[in-house]
Design a protein around this ligand. Structure first.
Ligand SMILES: *[C@@H]1O[C@H](CO)[C@@H](O)[C@H](O)[C@H]1NC(C)=O
Ligand SMILES: *[C@@H]1O[C@H](CO)[C@@H](O)[C@H](O)[C@H]1NC(C)=O
Ligand SMILES: *[C@@H]1O[C@H](CO)[C@@H](O)[C@H](O)[C@H]1NC(C)=O
Length: 910
């Protein structure tokens, strides 16, 4: 054992102990940890492989002779210039005369059958005579067959501009460019005569029919009814285009144009350009004579992607979702580990053995920060090494700052979350739902808000308060800068569209807020569970005198209710005296300690412990006995700081349990009823950890651990190096006792230490406890009277929340068991004789049991001597057969039963 010189462990010693324990703990989880660390690297490799094959494939495609007919992604070196086309109806839908459109100038329906329907164009305006002129000049005859053929051969289509070409659908540009051309393109003429020569180049002639209508409402009506939707019979009557020349005259050209807007916007060739040109040309001719021409040589779209293959950066496209998941993965890991220690009450156990809150927080925080940093480092480094632009081209400084702030925020959140959960499974499930839910929500909801121009930026910022969204936003911005700008630089943070700056600010502020909130919640939650903590600063005054007065009143009001035994009253007087003297000679002084559980769900409030006085000198083992529910556990829980007393207090080594629990913990050992152990740590590692917490170090530590293991029989057969999860119940029990005794604590609480032990182990344990009590105070609860009698210097019986009697085992036995139990078995004929004999021995003997010849009597010790009994039996044997007999002293069990019974009787009296 280490000498008594070592004081309580300081901050760094505690931190060191916890760190070593955590590292050992993590060593056991090596596989999981390696997998965790490898996860981001694996993802990066996957993306890199995808990218590699994609690049290779695209490269091959471009290198090959590219056939634009089969592959639309082939580069087209030069898009040919082609004149715009007039959209023509399909021949079977061309406008004809029908019952719902009874215009006489429309052709007869029969034209649809021989495909000779004209392309109808409607005109209207304020001045009909002008309109008639325009109708006459709009469409001319001008097709020069050889010129057309030549222009297709030379890929020079500008010469076609003097014709009005039309088509029902947009011809593919590459077909035109390759001279597959005029397929599907028709020539619109005033009259179709030379069909023969045109068939040679497969260019159809379509008659252009320009018709005057009196009013724009008539035009509207006609156009609308020709649509499929506008016609009740589903008959379609399509018009190519319509013009309203409004108030146009010599000075003024004013036109509105109807065109088919269901056409795809991208179809430049087939959109409004040709209609505009038709109107302008007609007007020009009407003013300047029929020879005037305004040629519209070509429309040409700008399609940058048709000249080069789009480069897809997988990391940037998949990144926002996948990388968000990668980073979020750390959240469940931290949360799980924190809740594990809470659920298994290990946090409390460590606290009870002197681990302060600050070291716990600091080491846990730094530990998670370390793991997260490694994880992120591997993530970014592997991505960059594998050549992913996402990691290479964004400024490393921004990446570092962003991820660093985020993981800090995430760890703070895990601490905050841990205060809300008490079960590892629930916490894990909730955390993973959060991870995946966040990813999807961010990708499919949040991103659309970010990209939307109408969604208020303010609300996006509000959403970014949720850490998952701010993480997503940051990664999204990295990806955007890769796709659009080739990486984010520090100066890009100034861009108005860049959300990175706001995300960094939000996350940094939130980190501080959440960290403080988590600490606050931790304090509140542990106060709720009653772990002692300073309530007020003035309690630092001498606690003994400060709380003295109010207690007097309590006591007086209670005196007449409790029918206390003399020894209990005596104990109270002793406590009073000790408190007056402010003496610290006693290890534990309980002063009117009381615990009342408030009534719930209509049940009355429960007096778990009432008015408890106890003065325990050092080097005493005090046994707490009593039936189940008598208040033993409440008493111990108050003493070890798990719950707060309702009133009254106790002083441990002169320190008040209400205010100085943290200091008390440094010299306290606890063996709780359930074994609070880490499944994966070995017995030796447990003891090393708790030894360090108790400020043992170096050889003193090793020695203390070895001795402890040996004395509790945990040393041999490799038990000490087996994981505690694989221990039997008895081994766990012994380890718990060893933990409670390591580091020479001044006060030790043991809650039923020998439960579940075989007799040999139990005796072993007893000798350890017996040796340990020589220089410390031990409070022990037990149901084994044998154990109580063997180990304890004094016993206290709890019944219904109060101490009914206190005394050493011998006194108690003398007081409560002042009789022998005499048992004798004869044949049933001689029962009466036996009874007479006992009466003769002691007139006040009391028969307690009788069954077919076997009788049991209680004989007051004061009235008989043992020798007399022997003699009487010898005499009896000579008269009749005595099958068996026995004389027994009362044992503790009898005392136990008697005290309980008496207490209940007195209770029912009051
Ligand atoms: C209608 O147009 C014709 C031809 O341009 C012109 O001579 C005539 O004056 C116009 N009538 C009106 C009322 O503007
Ligand atoms: C408008 O254009 C679309 C697409 O080419 C076509 O399907 C539709 O029939 C046209 N409608 C009319 C009334 O021309
Ligand atoms: C950031 O933008 C503001 C105004 O838009 C400009 O005044 C400032 O100089 C910019 N700072 C940097 C570092 O580019």
């Amino acid at each position: 054992m280490a000498g008594p010189s070592h004081g309580p462990a300081n901050f760094w010693t505690q931190a060191n102990a916890l760190l070593r324990k955590n590292l050992t703990f993590q060593k056991r989880n090596m596989k999981t940890n390696i997998f965790l660390i490898c996860y981001p690297a694996l993802l990066c490799i996957l993306i890199a492989v995808l990218q590699h094959y994609y690049n290779k494939m695209v490269h091959n495609e471009t290198a090959k002779e590219c056939d634009p007919k089969t592959n639309s992604s082939c580069p087209i070196p030069q898009i040919p210039a082609f004149p715009p086309l007039l959209q023509l109806p399909h021949y079977s839908y061309s406008a004809v005369r029908t019952d719902f459109l009874p215009f006489n100038d429309l052709p007869d329906e029969s034209c649809r059958r021989n495909r000779s329907c004209p392309a109808t164009i409607l005109l209207t305006g304020d001045n009909q005579s002008l309109g008639e002129i325009l109708a006459g000049t709009m469409i001319t005859n001008s097709l020069n067959t050889s010129q057309v053929t030549a222009s297709f051969e030379k890929h020079d289509f500008a010469s076609l501009a003097s014709n009005v070409l039309g088509s029902p659908r947009s011809p593919p540009q590459d077909l035109i460019s390759d001279g597959y051309g005029y397929y599907g393109i028709s020539n619109v003429q005033r009259q179709c005569t030379d069909n023969e020569s045109l068939s040679e180049i497969e260019m159809q002639c379509v008659k252009g029919l320009v018709l005057w209508r009196n009013d724009y409402t008539v035009v509207n009506d006609e156009l609308y009814k020709g649509y499929y939707e506008g016609n009740p019979d589903g008959k379609i009557n399509e018009i190519s285009a319509a013009f309203d020349f409004l108030n146009s005259n010599e000075e003024n050209f004013d036109v509105s144009i109807w065109y088919n807007s269901t056409l795809n916007d991208g179809d430049l060739l087939l959109n409004i350009p040709r209609s505009v040109n038709l109107a302008s040309n007609a007007y020009l001719r009407s003013q300047r004579g029929p020879g005037t021409q305004m040629l519209f040589e070509f429309v040409k779209g700008m399609h940058p992607e048709t000249n080069q293959v789009a480069h897809v950066d997988f990391a940037s496209y998949l990144g926002p979702l996948f990388f968000t998941w990668v980073v979020l993965q750390l959240f469940p890991v931290a949360l799980k580990s924190l809740v594990y220690e809470k659920q298994r009450k290990l946090r409390i156990m460590m606290k009870m053995h002197g681990l302060g809150d600050w070291p716990y927080w600091m080491i846990s925080y730094l530990y998670f920060l370390f793991v997260s940093s490694i994880y992120m480092l591997i993530f970014v480094a592997s991505g960059a090494l594998l050549g992913l632009q996402f990691f290479q081209l964004n400024d490393f400084g921004i990446q570092f700052v962003f991820y660093f702030i985020y993981i800090n925020l995430q760890i703070s959140f895990a601490f905050l979350g841990a205060t809300l959960f008490s079960n590892v499974k629930t916490a894990t499930v909730v955390a993973y739902i959060c991870v995946f839910g966040t990813g999807f929500l961010a990708r499919f909801l949040f991103q659309s808000f970010v990209e939307s121009n109408s969604f208020p930026k303010m609300w996006v910022m509000v959403m970014e308060i949720y850490p998952g969204f701010s993480l997503y936003r940051g990664i999204y911005e990295f990806a955007q800068y890769i796709i659009l700008e080739g990486g984010m630089r520090w100066e890009d943070l100034n861009d108005s569209e860049n959300g990175m700056k706001e995300v960094l600010i939000i996350m940094s502020l939130e980190w501080l807020v959440v960290l403080f909130a988590a600490y606050g919640m931790d304090v509140v939650v542990s106060l709720g569970s009653g772990v002692g903590r300073r309530q007020s600063q003035n309690s630092r005054m001498n606690p003994l005198s400060f709380f003295w007065k109010p207690n007097l009143q309590h006591k007086d009001s209670r005196l007449h209710v409790q029918m206390d035994n003399a020894d209990v009253i005596q104990e109270r007087e002793k406590v009073d005296q000790l408190l007056h003297e402010s003496s610290t000679s006693h290890a534990i002084v309980c002063d009117n300690l009381q615990k009342i559980y408030p009534g719930r769900d209509g049940n009355p409030e429960k007096l778990a412990v009432q008015g408890l006085y106890l003065a325990m000198p050092r080097a005493e083992c005090f046994g707490v006995l009593g039936p189940n529910g008598a208040g033993k556990t409440s008493f111990i829980s108050m003493m070890i700081g798990l719950i707060k007393p309702t009133s009254g207090t106790a002083f441990v080594q002169g320190l008040d349990i209400r205010t100085h629990m943290d200091q008390i913990y440094t010299s306290m050992g606890v063996c709780p009823q359930d074994d609070l152990l880490w499944e994966t740590l070995t017995g030796r590692e447990h003891l090393l950890f708790y030894g360090r917490l108790k400020n043992l170090r170096g050889s003193a530590l090793t020695q203390a651990v070895e001795e402890s293991l040996k004395s509790l029989n945990l040393f041999h057969g490799g038990v000490s190096d087996k994981q505690a999860g694989k221990y039997s119940g008895g081994m766990k029990r012994r380890l718990s006792v060893a933990i409670s005794l390591i580091g020479d604590p001044k006060v030790v609480y043991m809650d039923e230490p020998s439960t579940g032990l075989d007799p040999a182990s139990r005796n072993n344990l007893w000798s350890v406890v017996k040796k340990a009590k020589q220089d410390r105070a031990i409070i022990l609860t037990t149901h084994s009277m044998e154990e109580a009698e063997f180990l304890c210097d004094r016993l206290g019986f709890f019944v219904d929340g109060s101490l009914r009697c206190i005394g050493n085992p011998k006194e108690l036995k003398a007081r409560y068991g002042g009789s022998y139990v005499f048992t004798i078995t004869t044949s049933s004929d001689h029962e009466e004789e036996v009874e007479n004999m006992v009466q003769h021995l002691s007139p006040s003997a009391n028969k307690v049991y009788q069954l077919s010849g076997t009788q049991k009597f209680e004989i007051p010790k004061s009235e008989v001597r043992i020798a007399d009994v022997f003699q009487a039996v010898e005499t009896a044997k000579s008269k009749f057969t005595v099958f068996a007999w026995g004389l027994a002293d009362t044992n503790m069990e009898d005392v136990f039963i008697k005290v309980s019974r008496e207490a209940h009787q007195s209770n029912s009296l009051t």
